[in-house]
Design a protein around this ligand. Structure first.
Ligand code: PHE
Ligand code: ZN
Length: 880
């Protein structure tokens, strides 16, 4: 049978569960080839449901026995169609006993119970629990779990699950056991177990109320020299949530386990977070500054889920952003607070804006565009997206912008007061924010229901006689799949007026003083705001701190932008002015490349860059951001017909021009921003290394060999991975003769460090000198495997998503490669395959000849009879 059109699930079809589960007792006899799972459930009819059938899901497991209230059920007393097991005519209260079999070693999808490097690991979000046992596997069924683990003691000395360890010991047959009890109600997606050979770093930590909690970070042997930063980050996270939100750790024990085989970044299972090694393991020798920052953010993120996600969870998966948007916002605020300084915070914010523009705006304009709270999906795993996460976080941030920090805190307090222990909806969060602040946030709901990036157009008129400024803001939002028309959003637009002297002009609206930055609330299609007592024509600084996830259009002159770039008191908009200056030039140069015209870069731009580079009053981290050009994908989004090669050449031209014309200043910055002494991943040192390495990159892109020589020296002498990898990247990307030797040396030194080998593959995969044939060669390397998601991402994903020049070669061979790899990966791991499938999202925007090849590749994949729902959804939506 051809399963061309998999089932679409709609939010509007939600119905309450027919039965509720009170307790779950799970028994595991762990064996890689044949694990026996005994599941004893006490259930009762849900008064809120009209349905009388018990509904349980099960996938890729074998049903061995089924008993209801002590009596074995005959074949006629239940129905098993596909993944749904139904028991009709069940009594009001039941005890179900279910025995199933599964084969963890064959589980390459890494969902459910699987084996990673000989260890048992689980992953249950979103619908993995049903791959372990039959269960009403939906987030609105919350129960108390008791778990008994039995396994060989030699191979699996460590047995972990959620909550508290209540018993452990030996079994008569020589195996050992451990019994765990989770005192909190939880949905099945938060269940976890680990049975493994691991070691841990542990510590007792005092909580705000005086209790002591045991914190553990579990890793494979040989990695205890890389757990310090994760432990520190965990302690900082616990403290921060106490202080900022009054939220305490509710368990006596909190564990983090690292595994090398993981589909995502990490998972917030109650009391037993399971992490991709990428977000745990770090020391200066193997991890970069970005890795350290990632660990802090992800450890925080998963910890913060304990309240936003676990104590209060989602009613259904359409509400995913309820926990994810909120928790990303919380981890962003945490990272900002850990940096502390205001420019440090701004740099952090700039990073968020870059991610949004480089990844979320394209998603919101493409075939997979969906609202923060989707209305339908085929495969929920496809909706763990930048829209649900990052745009979702922007939506939460807007409450704080509208209500203030205190108002936001009041809303959070009310949210927990009302909903602790419940499975709720995004609307419940919005209502808590509104009610706690006595505000009407009805229109704000559209941020959850309408997809697409709103465009805010601004116009300013200065009245010389009246000394008044009229700022007219209008909004629109492009059509997205299934949503041709949009209604106006409730948009907080933070505004300032910058005077000729570069200082902010005090704002007065309706005779009210509003400070130097004020939040205007745009709710209509068009509104005009009038500022009085403005002595001279200002330059407006609009959308300060990126106060809403929108595209802002304003006809700034170069002069205006240079003024803001030198003076804006809002660092995010100061950076933004530089990005506008750069983008304008990059777009023009891209056209020039395509037309074959001579390329030229004006002195004005170079002088602006010189000025930031040499402005010692600005921190190095900010200067680095200000000098960083928009990415090739960001430029692509701004052009009507995408010519990847033209974009690349234009950007390279600007890079080498900066390298040539600011040579002396770059060299000076390179020298001035060394970080001698012991490596430390603090914000200031990170900023210095970032600026130094940006300078190195520009110098290496210039036409003389001094930059290359510098990179070679840095590669040989660096004592930390940040500088090492930056130097190697500069050599590889500049196609330096020394690159091959350096790559070989790097591999030889780090071949035992999986995460560094990932970097080694990634660096080559994204280099414009690596073509399809070279990637195919690299896939034959003994260290390459498609079975490990990190490794597949490092080589295959990076080639398809971060090497536009080679991926989009005119003969279409990049796309044929993509199709081949999506299909190969789909047979192993559909979730990961579907992520690779999304490399083609924007195919309709490319030049016609490329489009034809892309369409053919998409059709080839879609034509496959045996394809997962995951990949099917992505490619069929791309072709629709
Ligand atoms: N809930 C996890 C997080 O964001 C992400 C995740 C989803 C992990 C699905 C695994 C599977 O923190
Ligand atoms: Zn999350």
């Amino acid at each position: 049978m051809r399963t061309d059109t998999p089932l679409t699930i709609y939010r509007k079809d939600y119905t309450a569960p027919s039965y509720l589960v009170d307790t779950v007792e799970l028994g595991f006899d762990l064996d890689p080839a044949r694990t026996i799972v005994a599941n004893r459930l006490t259930m009762r009819r849900n008064p809120a449901s009209a349905q009388r059938e018990i509904e349980l899901y099960g996938e890729d497991i074998e049903l061995v026995a089924l008993r209801l209230n002590g009596k074995a059920l005959g074949k006629r007393e239940y129905r098993l169609d596909g993944n749904l097991l139904r028991i009709p005519n069940a009594p009001e209260e039941v005890t179900l006993e279910i025995e199933t079999l599964c084969a963890p070693e064959k589980n390459t999808a890494l969902s459910g119970l699987y084996v990673s490097n000989g260890n048992f690991i689980t992953q249950c979000e979103a619908e993995g629990f049903r791959r372990i046992t039959f269960f009403p596997d939906r987030p609105d069924v919350m129960a108390k779990y008791t778990v008994m683990l039995r396994a060989d003691k030699e191979r699996y000395p460590v047995l972990l699950s959620n909550g508290n360890l209540v018993d452990e010991g030996m079994l008569p047959d020589g195996r050992h056991y451990a019994k765990w009890e989770d005192p909190f109600l939880k949905p099945s997606y938060l269940f976890a177990l680990v049975a493994a050979k691991l070691v841990c770093q542990e510590e007792k930590f005092k909580l705000a109320d005086g209790r002591e909690a045991l914190l553990q970070v579990w890793v494979e042997e040989g990695n205890l020299d890389k757990t310090d930063y994760a432990m520190q980050s965990l302690k900082k996270s616990i403290r921060w949530d106490e202080e900022r939100f009054g939220l305490e750790l509710d368990l006596d024990r909190f564990m983090i386990v690292a595994t090398g085989d993981f589909n995502m970044g990490a998972m917030e299972n109650k009391g037993l977070n399971i992490f991709n090694t990428k977000y745990v393991l770090a020391n200066p020798r193997v991890a970069t500054d970005i890795d350290f920052q990632g660990i802090e953010a992800v450890v925080g993120h998963e910890y913060f889920h304990n309240w936003t996600g676990n104590r209060v969870t989602c009613r259904d998966w359409f509400q995913l952003s309820l926990k994810e948007g909120l928790t990303v916002f919380r981890d962003q605020e945490f990272s900002g607070d850990m940096i502390g300084t205001s420019t440090g915070r701004a740099v952090n914010r700039i990073d968020q804006v870059r991610t949004l523009r480089a990844a979320q705006f394209p998603e919101d304009a493409g075939p997979m565009a969906h609202p923060v709270r989707p209305d339908s999906f085929v495969e929920i795993n496809n909706f763990y997206t930048v829209t649900v996460y990052e745009k979702g976080a922007e939506v939460v941030r807007m409450y704080q912008t509208l209500l203030g920090r205190e108002g936001f805190r009041k809303g959070m307090d009310l949210y927990f007061e009302r909903h602790d222990g419940q499975a709720v909806e995004c609307d419940d969060f919005r209502r808590a924010m509104a009610d706690a602040n006595d505000r009407n946030l009805d229109q704000f709901e559209r941020w959850y229901s309408q997809a697409g990036t709103p465009v805010v157009r601004a116009q300013m008129r200065y009245d010389e006689q009246q000394h008044a400024v009229e700022l007219t803001l209008s909004q629109s939002c492009p059509a997205t799949p299934g949503q041709p028309e949009k209604l106006p959003f409730h948009i907080p637009v933070a505004v300032g007026l910058v005077g000729r002297d570069g200082r902010d002009i005090p704002l007065v609206i309706d005779d009210q003083e509003r400070g130097t930055t004020t939040v205007l609330e745009l709710t209509g299609a068009e509104q005009t705001f009038r500022f009085t007592s403005v002595p001279q024509q200002p330059v407006p600084s609009i959308l300060r701190d990126f106060s809403a996830p929108v595209v802002l259009e304003y006809d700034y002159s170069d002069e205006d932008l240079l003024h803001l770039f030198s003076h804006d008191s809002d660092p995010v908009n100061r950076w933004e002015a530089g990005q506008r200056l750069a983008m304008e030039r990059l777009l023009r140069l891209t056209e020039d490349v395509t037309a074959g015209s001579r390329l030229q870069l004006d002195d004005t731009f170079i002088e602006a860059m010189r000025k930031v580079l040499t402005d010692e009053s600005l921190g190095p981290a900010f200067r680095e951001q200000a000098l960083l050009l928009p990415t090739e994908s960001m430029i692509a989004e701004q052009t009507d017909v995408v010519h990847p090669l033209s974009i690349h050449m234009a950007r390279q031209f600007v890079r080498s021009s900066i390298g040539n014309r600011l040579r002396a200043e770059l060299l000076a910055a390179y020298d001035a921003n060394q970080t001698p002494g012991q490596y430390s991943p603090d914000a200031e040192s990170i900023g210095k290394r970032a600026l130094k390495n940006l300078a190195l990159g520009y110098l290496a892109a210039a036409s003389d060999d001094e930059g290359i020589a510098l990179a070679e020296r840095q590669f040989d002498e660096a004592d930390n991975m940040t500088d090492r990898a930056a130097a190697l990247g500069a050599l590889v990307h500049a196609r330096a003769p020394a690159a091959q030797r350096a790559l070989q040396g790097f591999y030889d030194e780090f071949e035992k460090e999986a995460l560094v080998v990932d970097k080694w593959f990634a660096m080559q995969a994204s280099s414009p000198s690596t073509d399809v044939a070279a990637v195919r060669e690299l896939m034959k390397h003994p260290a390459f495997t498609m079975k490990n998601p990190n490794r597949a991402r490092s080589l295959v994903f990076n080639f398809c998503m971060a090497n536009p020049v080679q991926f989009h070669v005119p003969d279409g061979s990049g796309y044929a490669f993509w199709a081949e790899q999506v299909m190969a990966l789909d047979a192993l791991n559909p979730q990961v395959a579907a992520r690779l499938a999304r490399a083609m999202d924007r195919w309709r925007r490319y030049a016609p000849a490329l489009q034809a090849h892309m369409k053919q590749a998409l059709k080839q994949v879609n034509g496959l009879k045996k394809l997962s729902n995951d990949v099917r959804e992505v490619v069929s939506k791309a072709l629709a």
